[in-house]
Design a protein around this ligand. Sequence first.
Ligand SMILES: C[S@@+](CC[C@H](N)C(=O)[O-])C[C@H]1O[C@@H](n2cnc3c(N)ncnc32)[C@H](O)[C@@H]1O
Length: 266
Amino acid sequence: MTDTTGKVYIVGAGPGDPELLTLKAKRIIESADVIIFADSLVPPEIVAFAKEGAQVVGSKELNLDEIMDLELSSVSEGKIVARVQSGDPAIYGAILEQMRILEENDVDFEIVPGVSAAFAAAAVLKSELTVPEKAQTIIMTRMEGRVAMPEGEQLRDLASHGCTMVIFLSITRMTKVVRELTSSGYTEDTPVAVVYRVGWSDELVIRGTLKDIAAKVRAAKITLQALIIVGDAVDPGLDKGGAVSHLYSADYTHRYRKAASVNGKG
Ligand SMILES: C[S@@+](CC[C@H](N)C(=O)[O-])C[C@H]1O[C@@H](n2cnc3c(N)ncnc32)[C@H](O)[C@@H]1O
């Protein structure tokens, strides 16, 4: 029978930099009895916060049954389990199947959000992904691979919007990514950045355009753990005279502030 004091936390660990853990994620990692962490994407520094005596297990060589057996048996002993995943668990976190099994077994669980690699990469690029008059939409997606894409979600379909696109899990198919993107909404001179292992000590940023990015990625020999961010939002020259948001503009009135001229100051 399940001990009612046990609980599973599905914890977003952020992109890798321990300082990008939320306070809650750190607290749970520090107090968990069992930590199962995605050791292909989460560095050991993150689980170094575990308390003495905690059982710390890497999950990259385990299958779902093995992971869930460990979670369920630990919870049945009244233990607190931290299932630590990269970035935010809601993005390509494969948590649905875990949650189903936890629910079927009446196990109490909670999800702790984390900083997605997408936003850590935007920070490193010093980019606002939503730029007035250029891109007000962000598409987070992946290239079709072993996982088939639902109808209408092929890269070339999504590219027709020409907005900011953040592409996960696709760095090994860079040439095809570029072909799909340029066959639809983007021109060859569209800015692109590839961010490898953001938040890790060997983080690397490659900037280019859709014309040259595949060759640059090949030359850098990057074959895993990288994001591709496409669109005007990653143009490093964008701040030079482009459109800006009205939000903090002195002559823009909104609920909390009157425009300077309306205030009689302008
Ligand atoms: C299974 S998905 C997990 C995404 C994660 N849930 C997130 O929110 O960032 C793994 C993919 O995310 C991206 N990724 C995860 N961590 C990364 C990092 N530190 N730097 C760059 N890309 C990363 C890569 O595209 C990688 O192939």
